[in-house]
Design a protein around this ligand. Structure first.
Ligand SMILES: [Zn+2]
Length: 345
């Protein structure tokens, strides 16, 4: 059997697309969209394998034919993958130019050719236009499988030339069931932390995600204290191992929760989930203190700072390579101003 079998929550999507292929209505270009961490890329791989397999069984790639063996060895000449050369960076124009060359060649294994490309929102304008050209002149036997985490970040002209496949996150029970099968510990809490994305929850247990999250909230807690006249800039070095992606994502989540909570006089925290967090990972006490300090922060300033974080995320996606030390120090100063301003109100 193929190493890429669609996840349990993807069965409906899988049935739909396989039926289409069996009926000889394979789309020239498919755009799989949806939240990060729900297995879109895995699904795309499974589909590529299926399209290239010479004798699919039970609606999946057989895993045994010559084509499947080439795929397993990562040497299939008719399958091409285009992803950013560095994580979080842009897909380069030179990469997109390779598509035209690939499309113009005859399939070496006598079947289809398949291109996997994503995330599409990580194409800069030149690359996107180059891709568009390929979509305008579809080559008979080539199937383009595109993937995006942010459909709204994809050029409308690209979107309109693809068959769209919006993929929703699994229901909580399905995702928790899947995580439990992997024996990852407190599946429900992890899923909560991962915003409902099961693959992110899985990654959190495997990598240094939780350790980094702890470093982040601990430092932000101390920066949010009123007692400091100046922010502790030396703490910036502690954030150096963290990615811009994580820093901005976590910070935006915290600001969102501050803004949501600032109107209410009740307990700022959602009791149950936070209890679980505390038991599991020891980040709650810090988050709790940041949120309670945050109730006095100026909304306008928080929103302005959010905009800055969002812009940073976008620049990162477009391949920006900032000096991390300077960037973190600058963000520390910004936050310090927000904290200080709240005292004077
Ligand atoms: Zn096969």
């Amino acid at each position: 059997m193929s190493e890429h079998i669609p996840y349990p929550w993807q069965q409906d999507f899988w049935q739909r697309i396989v039926q289409q292929i069996v009926a000889n209505k394979t789309p020239h270009a498919l755009m799989i969209s949806g939240q990060q961490g729900i297995g879109k890329w895995h699904f795309a791989q499974a589909l590529a394998d299926y399209l290239l397999c010479l004798s699919p069984k039970s609606e999946l790639a057989c895993g045994q034919c010559r084509s499947c063996q080439l795929i397993a060895a990562n040497t299939h000449p008719d399958k091409k993958i285009f992803i950013p050369e560095e994580e979080g960076k842009a897909i380069k124009i030179d990469q997109i130019r390779e598509i035209s060359t690939f499309v113009s060649k005859t399939a070496q294994q006598g079947g289809r050719k398949v291109i996997l490309l994503g995330p599409v929102e990580q194409l800069n304008i030149n690359s996107a236009n180059a891709l568009l050209k390929n979509l305008e002149e579809p080559a008979g036997d080539t199937v383009l499988i595109l993937m995006t985490h942010v459909l709204s970040g994809v050029m409308p002209t690209i979107r309109s030339r693809c068959q769209l496949l919006p993929m929703s996150a699994p229901s909580k029970s399905v995702a928790v069931g899947w995580l439990n099968d992997l024996q990852v510990g407190d599946a429900e809490t992890l899923l909560d932390l991962a915003g409902g994305a099961p693959l992110i929850a899985k990654e959190m247990v495997e990598g240094d995600y939780l350790e980094h999250l702890q470093i982040f909230v601990k430092t932000l807690d101390s920066l949010s204290s009123h007692s400091n006249d100046m922010p502790d800039i030396t703490a910036a070095t502690q954030w150096l191992p963290l990615s811009v992606n994580h820093i901005t994502q976590w910070w935006l989540q915290i600001i969102h929760r501050i803004l949501v909570n600032s109107g209410s006089s009740d307990d700022v925290l959602d009791g149950d989930s936070m209890d679980n967090l505390e038991k599991g990972y020891g980040v709650t006490q810090y988050v709790q203190r940041i949120l309670s300090a945050g109730r006095h922060f100026n909304r306008q300033w928080l929103l302005k700072f959010s905009d800055k974080l969002i812009l940073l995320r976008q620049q990162q996606l477009q391949g920006a390579n900032p000096n991390m030390q300077l960037l973190i120090e600058e963000l520390f100063m910004d936050w310090h101003v927000i904290v200080q301003r709240s005292i004077r109100q």
